[in-house]
Design a protein around this ligand. Structure first.
Ligand SMILES: Cc1ncc(COP(=O)(O)O)c(C=O)c1O
Length: 461
């Protein structure tokens, strides 16, 4: 791995950068009571450095489930530089295209299920989900069923922050006080095997299929365009479904002519050990949305991969798909994606993802005995550790306590993680070494042992 980390440090001192940040940057999801800043200025492999020169282990993939091939990869920097020198940008509208987006679309089609051969490029996941929702509605409209415009999504699902994707998201904070949100979006319960109390004593899949069936009946099958779901809930807390969940959902939707959108923004490109997680889970989706891992985060890019019949119906006859982003099919981003897919393949990072997961299982096993640990979920190189105040009731810890765990890992062990609700999440680069995996597990066990549930805080070391 080439070393790009010996670059000059930023021109401004860390304290100046932090002050300017407080003054001028509006951050996503930043709690206003937090005055500290973490200004990350360079990275190499799974290590990043802040503006003070502090070295941190990135167990969260660029802090947000990305960085599959690790930081500071010369191969991707060179692909970006070469493409910038050749053709950084040209529109993908109308008849225009470019060699890199064409080659990337061909490559995605080769990796995707047989029915999916066309890709629509976006700049990220939220735009992709909006695009998928529009495609699903248009598909039915063009077939003479304009009333089929309801979208079924799930509580705890995360699909993005735009009005379409944000409404499909099953986390209420996304919709509060910014309404009206997108109309005609209905939520159903997700599979959450740790919380069997959600299903009133029933088998979770039976309960959920019954609920979905009743929802379809209530809305009227002829009014529903699509259902959207992550194969494994990501931001909801790394929650894999029971094996029979997606096959049974798929069957029910098909019986009613309802499309299925697999949101693979987190799960694709090796995160869970496969190119596309929806395949082994039996989703057989009509549309797949991806982003993050497609470039390992080196350039903003998303892709909506679409079933042939949908494309033919939407664009058939005199029709066009009247929907476009300035940067759809951006040559530089697509060149980076091609080089990134080469690395994922060449370095066997899909298999590595599974090995990282297996090592986390072993390393985190001692955590299972710690009272605050309710559930440990490992899916490929992604981990959710659900923290509870009471193992009997399975009531989650407060956001403050879960955040304090992530903060302690950062401050005491220089390990970057994050809480999503009561769940501590890991999603490291797929180049995470055995030693880095073990170090992360040991740090987590150490911090969790210091959680004082009665006092609602973490005891000092
Ligand atoms: C499953 C899923 N879908 C969509 C998105 C939104 O993607 P973006 O933040 O690139 O817009 C995310 C982001 O984390 C995601 O996890």
């Amino acid at each position: 791995m080439a070393n790009l980390s010996n670059r000059p440090t930023p021109e401004l001192a860390a304290s100046e950068l932090e002050a300017l940040d407080r003054r001028h940057v509006l951050h996503p999801h930043q709690r206003s009571q937090r005055s500290e800043r973490r200004v990350i200025v360079r990275g190499q492999g799974s290590t990043v450095w802040d503006a003070n020169g502090r070295k941190l282990l990135d167990a969260l993939g660029g802090g947000i489930w990305v960085a599959q091939v690790g930081h500071g990869r010369a191969e991707l920097a060179e692909a970006a530089a070469e493409q910038a020198g050749q053709l950084a940008q040209f529109t993908g509208f109308f008849e225009y295209g470019n060699d890199k987006s064409i080659r990337l679309a061909e490559r995605l089609a080769a990796l995707a299920p047989a029915n999916i051969n066309r890709t629509y490029f976006t700049c990220g996941g939220s735009e992709g989900v909006d695009t998928a929702i529009k495609l699903a509605r248009l598909f039915h409209h063009r077939r003479g069923e304009p009333d089929r415009n309801w979208i079924i999504a799930r509580h705890f699902g995360y699909h993005g922050a735009t009005y379409g994707s944000g409404t499909a998201t099953g986390i209420p904070d996304m919709q509060v006080a910014v309404g009206p949100n997108l109309p005609n979006v209905e939520k159903v319960m997700p599979p959450y095997p740790y919380h069997m109390e959600m299903y009133g004593g029933q088998n979770p899949t039976d309960f959920l299929i019954n609920e979905l069936s009743q929802t379809i009946e209530r809305l009227g099958a002829r009014n529903i365009a699509a259902m959207i779901g992550e194969p494994v809930l990501g931001g909801g807390g790394v929650i894999p479904p029971p094996d029979d969940y997606w096959p049974r959902v798929r069957k029910l939707l098909r019986e009613h002519g309802i499309l299925l959108i697999a949101d693979e923004v987190i799960t694709a490109f090796g995160r869970t050990g496969t190119w596309f997680d929806s395949e082994p889970r039996g989703m057989s989706p009509d549309i797949i949305t991806v982003a993050k891992g497609i470039t390992s985060g080196y350039a903003p890019l998303g892709a909506v991969m679409v079933d042939d019949e949908i494309v033919e119906t939407v664009t058939g006859g005199e029709h066009s798909f009247f929907h476009g982003y300035t940067y759809s099919g951006h040559p530089l981003a697509c060149a980076v994606a091609l080089a990134n897919l080469d690395l994922l393949e060449k370095e066997g990072l899909l298999e590595r993802s599974l090995a990282i997961g297996a090592r986390f299982r072993t390393g985190l096993a001692p955590a299972a005995e710690i009272p605050v640990v309710g559930d440990i979920r490992v899916v490929g190189a992604t981990v959710g550790i659900e923290l509870v105040v009471n193992r009997e009731t399975r009531e989650g810890v407060s956001m403050d306590l879960a955040l304090a765990v992530a903060d302690d890992l950062y401050e005491t062990h220089n390990v970057i993680t994050r809480n999503y609700g009561p769940t501590l999440v890991l999603s490291p680069p797929l180049v995470f070494t055995d030693q880095e995996t073990d170090r992360t597990s040991a740090a987590i066990v150490e911090v969790l042992r210091r959680v004082d549930l009665a006092a609602g805080r973490i005891a000092p070391r």
